[in-house]
Unconditional design. Structure first.
Length: 695
């Protein structure tokens, strides 16, 4: 953003990756556009986290006010939700927390869209939903839309003109999708190129579920362990349970109020408009969804679009949202019943202060905080690794977990040492290309290559071994340096440098046989299946850097040994190469991930881009000296940009001219919005006089 560009393509990540299409970068989320453009990265990062928490609290306050609650109970709910277990432990997942921060506000605006004819609220709904998509965590948008649907179905019971209310909400949804097309279209293309293009398997979808035993953490978030202290089990030993995904601690007061609300006979809401039943229905539904594989309705996670996501326990967000709302509703009733009892109101104020203090004291010591300068500085091991070498890491996760599962992050010194493992994605901070990533979803071609490589590398708690076949695959990947925290058995890698602190010994091995970033293959080997590709790579005659796997039969003569390839200019998503001494047509191989959008030209003439070596790109070049240009052109982004701009223009136009909204006008007020005038004592607008309504 400082360079006025978007990360459409990242060459240093995963051997080339369509980062923007991945939908997780949040580059066009409005706060990020401002913060990361005009502030230094550290200040922007911390500010964006604070802003997310503030947005959650403010949105919760707006939601509770829309639900008809007075200021004090709304303030109680806002503070409770903003400092709850579904928010603070997730601060290290910035795209998640930014996306989640808009959920309460979208819920509040949904009610306003249903209850009023003002086009302004339709536009606001569209803007907020599109921004949530831009924030970069699609599962949040999916869960939010399910909540919006539930609100619409319940709220519609009280609308006199239901059809117009639903139509306004549908129009807002269509406008949101149109505005977000600039992100949605590239992401749809990305999904089509994944190993899980049709979604995860039922086993994968429900792996990270919410165990029943976790209900006890509603009373004590650390009852089953505290990851900060190293006492929480690893998810592989705990049925996929992850602390920060399964924690809904909101303090003890909301739970007390939730139970108390069941026994309060005189509610501050009219009986037929009391939201308590709605909240219990949604809270129960979200609970069974977040249970995942432990739920009696677990089969629902076998159907699309639930199969697009791997963490059903994240429905805990809606569960906690409804829990806090129900507790605030009980507080609202008590607050009104204590209108003439100042002593009771003082007690309620004390309870709110106590609950807020309890949440802050619980979560304030949870996260690690340290010097940004220290953590962003390059590790010492980089001093002895050639610049531009593509990295592959072995054993880093096991070494990390050895500390993480025993000491947590009480001390950060071991993790500072582990920076030398050069694991993704932090190597991007230092301009070091890595052959792997932490995207969670692999592109189909890179996934195939990973599968083949995993078979050839064995890792135990004490040692690691790379087979001869694995070494060939590393050569094909263009991995110039292998970094290992374990003693490594292999052939062909040369120990380059070692760093040690007495606890860990990390060694960087140089791979002299790694293929160049661009080279001219002297032999094209035809293979159309993974089995054929593996069989060809296993042949002793197959030499990475000389031979190349292709998926269409090309009869290419052997080029002259004097042929040379030089990269004259390179940046993310753009290459310029100079070819000399080519006496016959040849296959130019570029170690960059094959993906739709790559375009090539030879001396200004367009030429096809081919998949080579399973996951990289190739171009057939004619004889003679050539200038070859490769450029990543995200056509889906350009189409989406046009759709987004048109949608945004139409939305603004409809908002600016109220004439467009006349077909959707209605005079009905909101059944849950209680106008707290001195003379209506908290009664619903449906139960006050005409004179009061006119007032």
């Amino acid at each position: 953003l400082h360079q006025n560009t978007f990360p459409f393509w990242l060459s240093g990540w995963r051997g080339g990756f369509p980062l923007f299409a991945n939908a997780g970068v949040g580059a066009i989320f409005a706060p990020n556009l401002v913060l990361y453009k005009f502030l230094d990265p550290v200040t922007a990062y911390n500010t964006s986290l604070v802003l997310a928490v503030v947005t959650i609290g403010w949105g919760m306050y707006a939601w509770l006010r829309v639900m008809g609650m007075t200021r004090f109970p709304s303030l109680f709910g806002a503070l409770t939700f903003a400092f709850s277990g579904v928010v603070i432990p997730q601060l290290t997942h910035i795209s998640l927390i930014q996306s989640f921060s808009l959920l309460p506000l979208i819920a509040a605006v949904t009610v306003r869209v249903l209850e009023t004819h003002r086009v302004w609220f339709i536009a606001l709904f569209a803007f907020l939903v599109s921004q949530q998509i831009f924030a970069g965590f699609p599962q949040t948008s999916f869960i939010t839309m399910l909540l919006v649907l539930a609100i619409a179905l319940w709220y519609g019971k009280f609308l006199k003109h239901r059809l117009s209310g639903f139509l306004r909400l549908v129009l807002g949804g269509i406008a949101a999708l149109g505005i977000a097309a600039v992100q949605l279209l590239p992401t749809f293309e990305y999904l089509q190129n994944l190993t899980v293009a049709r979604g995860f398997s039922p086993e994968q979808t429900t792996y990270f579920s919410y165990p029943w035993k976790h209900l006890v953490t509603l009373l004590n978030p650390f009852f089953l362990g505290n990851p900060a202290m190293g006492t929480y089990p690893h998810f592989t030993a705990f049925d996929g349970s992850i602390f920060w995904e399964n924690t809904a601690y909101v303090g003890l007061i909301p739970l007390f109020l939730l139970i108390l609300g069941l026994f309060i006979k005189k509610q501050a809401f009219p009986q037929h408009q009391n939201p308590t039943r709605f909240l219990w229905i949604i809270m129960g539904s979200s609970f069974f969804l977040m249970l995942g594989k432990y739920s009696p309705i677990y089969l629902i996670h076998s159907f699309w679009p639930f199969t697009l996501f791997r963490v059903p326990s994240r429905f805990i967000w809606v569960f906690a949202f409804c829990l806090v709302t129900a507790g605030s509703a009980a507080m609202h009733t008590l607050w009104h019943s204590a209108a003439t009892r100042r002593g009771l109101r003082v007690i309620l104020v004390i309870l709110v202060i106590f609950n807020t203090f309890q949440l802050l004291s619980t979560w304030f010591p949870y996260h690690a905080a340290d010097s940004a300068k220290q953590w962003l500085s390059p590790p010492p091991i980089l001093n002895n690794i050639p610049k531009g070498n593509r990295i592959f890491s072995i054993g880093a996760e096991a070494s990390h977990n050895k500390i993480f599962l025993s000491e947590g992050w009480q001390t950060m010194k071991p993790y500072e040492m582990l920076k030398n493992t050069l694991t993704p994605d932090k190597t991007l901070l230092w301009g070091v290309p890595h052959s792997n990533d932490y995207t969670g979803r692999s592109l189909a071609r890179t996934g195939i290559f990973d599968m083949l490589l995993d078979r050839e590398i064995s890792v135990t708690d004490t040692a690691a071994t790379i087979s001869a076949q694995g070494k060939k695959l590393l050569d094909l990947l263009g991995v110039g340096t292998v970094v290992s925290t374990l003693p490594l058995t292999q052939s062909g890698l040369v120990p380059k440098t070692t760093v040690s602190d007495g606890q860990f010994s990390i060694t960087a091995y140089q791979n002299p046989d790694a293929v160049a970033p661009a080279y001219l293959a002297t032999s094209a080997v035809f293979a159309t299946t993974v089995e054929e590709a593996v069989a060809n790579i296993r042949r002793l005659e197959f030499v990475p850097g000389r031979d190349a796997l292709i998926e269409q039969n090309l009869d290419l003569p052997k080029p002259s040994e004097s042929a040379a390839v030089t990269i004259t200019k390179k940046q993310d998503g753009w290459f310029r190469l100079s070819l000399t001494g080519i006496n016959v047509p040849g296959l130019l191989v570029i170690s960059e991930t094959y993906y739709p959008g790559w375009q090539a030209s030879v001396d200004g003439r367009n030429t096809p881009v081919l998949p080579v070596n399973i996951r990289y790109i190739g171009v057939v070049v004619p004889p003679g000296s050539q200038q070859v240009t490769l450029r990543f052109t995200p056509s889906r982004f350009l189409l989406g940009l046009v759709v987004s701009l048109v949608s945004l223009f139409l939305t603004v136009l409809a908002t600016a001219f109220p004439l467009f909204s006349s077909p959707f006008r209605t005079r009905q007020g909101a059944p849950w919005r209680v106008r707290h005038h001195p003379h209506n004592h908290g009664r619903s607008p449906l139960h006050i006089t005409k004179a009061s309504r006119r007032e």
